[in-house]
Design a protein around this ligand. Sequence first.
Ligand code: 2P0
Length: 314
Amino acid sequence: MSVAAAHPNLALVKYWGKADAARNLPATPSLGVSLDALSSRVEVWLDTGDSVEIDGRSVDPARYRPFLAAVRRRCGTQSGFRIRARNDFPSAAGLASSSSGFAALASACTAACGARLGDAELSALARLGSASAARAVFGGFAVLPAGAEHAQPLAPAAAWPELRVVIAVVTAAAKPIGSREAMERVRRTSPAYDGWVRDSPRLYEEAVAAVRDRDLTRLGGAMRKSYHRMFATMLAADPPIRYWLPETLALLAAVEELRAQGVAAWETMDAGPQVKVVCADGDTGRVAAALAAACPGARAPVISAVGAGVRRAG
Ligand code: 2P0
């Protein structure tokens, strides 16, 4: 058995849309950060066929076929894989479980075959499972340029040690439509899609410079535009896609109020109703309290530091 673990990689500037669906290449450049407080752990055994279990439930291995075929090609094996994955946070709920899941899976499957891949090659393999997983191979801050085969490290976790992400989980329920299907619907039907793809590199460059300078206000501004514009493509799709819940709006208002009070707290969202707030470590108490007050009844917000990359765990 081979075991690997990875943290989800939260996009601060979003990958949303594919330049090449068959090769799973992103249409927009993205920048993400590893979330130390959340983890996926994947165990892999060589077997006669492929089977996948996530959090104790069997899932259809069809979604995994192109990825597993690529692993077999790379490792020169005909073997099947028995896969057992566990997330210590809700799966498929907009918390980037596919990023950590496929990063850990790429590491565990190749290790089970006795192959040793460098980070770039592991990232390219993980991308075939889920493009955000290409970023999750790396710790700290990582980028996945538009059309890129693999992600690249931008800055290690130690480069911005006081940065925190406060995560408000509105609901643990799986999202109504998966990211992959939503992206494809947006590409086919949303008149906002072309503008989104054209505009994304500018936000990306802004965010890369902000991370290099550790400038939270500049990063926050780029983050805010990125997720709003991503959702604009979805609202303009046919039929429209709307992941937000009433609690989501209450949380967004609470973060805006914090900023009005002078707290450097900047939110982002993914394909789901959850709200993640980037801030400095000295402000996490205020941010978590404001989020909890805005969403009574929800579980307590999770506070995360910047995490490491994928690692072998056995
Ligand atoms: C991201 N998301 O950059 C963006 C932001 C969601 C919103 O990557 O089709 O599961 O497997 O490559 O990686 C979610 O989509 O999509 C995602 P596929 P994925 O993190």
